[in-house]
Design a binder for this molecule. Sequence first.
Ligand code: DGL
Length: 252
Amino acid sequence: MAKKSDYIAVFDSGVGGISVLRQLLRVLPNERYLYFGDSINAPYGTRPEAEVRQLTIAAAEKLRKRGIKAFVIACNTATSAAFEALREAFPDMAVIGIEPALAKAAEAFPGGHVGVMATPGTLKGARFLNNKARFDAVCRVNPLPAPGLMELVEAEKYDSPEADALLDALLPQDLDALVLGCTHYPFTEPSIRRVRGQKVALFDGAVITAAETKEALAAADLLYEGPGEVIVENSMPGERMVSLSRRLAGLE
Ligand code: DGL
């Protein structure tokens, strides 16, 4: 039986899920968090779906042994590949995912040009294709796979001439909105602003994921009043990924 003081596990293929952890800390500041980034197996976005599912289930199994009351899949690619499988495998654990915030962007820009920047895996997945079919009638949904961008974030080059060049080549000039459909991408906002200015509106699914996590815990009467705690771990040997994660989270 889960307890209020159990951890909220937050999982991503690397440091990207820290953009989700930041939102969680805003709405649930008194919780105990156990963040795990699987940088050694990253990127997930160019792996076959079955492999991503396997890696995500393996991470959930490992983290469950530490006492967790919720598992937040802070990765669009892993949510697309493994959300249903995780709910089935762990029926007694709250599982919350993330997906590109296309509905919000379409609602704000009916008839507009909406780019969805995400990994090739997310953009090929049934979840996104269903959403695209739904919103194609509302706005021009433009999938923008960005291979290479998560690697720049993992290499601490999210605000760099390399990121500027990649984004400038990828992003159409006339976008009204850009959905950040990979949790690594919010860290590239300074680069996006440099190459496309302030006019393009950015949408990040992390806000929705954080609200859903709060709702799920409240419904199960599992909200914790503190003291809060954040543990950050990474499958990559050495301190670099943990230290980068903690800095991106504003913890040091
Ligand atoms: N951060 C992940 C996502 O949200 C994936 C990055 C990757 O491993 O390719 O999609």
